[in-house]
Design a protein around this ligand. Sequence first.
Ligand SMILES: [Zn+2]
Length: 388
Amino acid sequence: MNYDFFMPGQTIFGWGRRDELPRCVLRYSARAWIVSGSQTLNSNGVLDDIFAGLKLAEIEATLLTTIRHEPEVRDVDDVTATLLASAPAENDVIIAIGGGSAIDLAKAVAAMAKNREGESVADYLEGVGRGLRIKRAPLPVIAVPTTAGTGSEATKNAVLSSYDPPFKKSLRSELMVPKCVLWDPELTVSCPPHVTAQSGMDAITQLIESYISRWAQPIPQALVRSAFAGAMCSIEKAVAEPGDRSAREQMAFAAFLSGVSLANSGLGLAHGVAAALGSIARVPHGLACAMMLPSALKANREVKERELGPLARAALHQLTGDDDAVAALIERIYELLDRLKIPRRLSDVGVTEAMIPALVQGSHGNSLSGNPRDISDEELMQILKEML
Ligand SMILES: [Zn+2]
């Protein structure tokens, strides 16, 4: 058995532990820039508290930007230019406080601040760029997630969008894994219900897709087994009772491990299509993944029944055979989507039949290539048409 495994250098997990941020920063520098992602954070005083804590520790902290949408190529270019105007030193820190958008933006800016061969981050993107590579270590990134979903705090890529031309592609390098993750599940309490639902389903999709990926690995699989049942049981409670500590902790744990797992093992069909749904129909990432998950499971169940069976039995507390357990899992996910008010039909999120050829085309990329079996364009077209 051969495998490699990587994850962030330091993980600090626990309710209320955001106070420990200054200590993390000081390992690297006494100067930091903050990329913030959420309006809620600004309005509920969390960001003010964080600035006050940093100031008390004599850290010079500046708010670099606040992002409220999934990051675009031009966001990275603009924010990098702003940062470089302040001439950051070798080990100055970028702190990302927010959901996947803020963390991805911070990771991309930290990388671009040190890698200046291109004119734009677009030159470095997979599939669409000029093939430039990240050769120098980015500025150290400390990720402080405020949503339990993308797992970006643990991954080596930043997903960037463009709408003209439309694409959603990754900037990727093992050097981009955040140096430190400070995971305080209490920060997710102010997350609105629909964001909790969609990002939680993203994490569940990432757990499943990385578990059965073509490149699945034993350590990430062990992590998925330890997080999956807890996420399946907790997601509804986290939405219905936002202050429930146990549910928030389970979802934070699942989201973080889903990031560790996907960074090592890759993803599959649902994430491949979600990228296209994002750039062509502007469907938010978590929503797109949630909607695609049942179809991805149906498309892969025959080849991955032996892996999925035990995972499904543990989550559903069933003692049935693999085939029945996987069928029950798919049914349970449909039920979850209904209860979380996530639509089943693509037409409900603005997808039209005319978009399907472009969606099929746009689904090819790193995620889809991790799917456990090849999916032809004809099959993908069929799957999408059935979901209209
Ligand atoms: Zn995802």
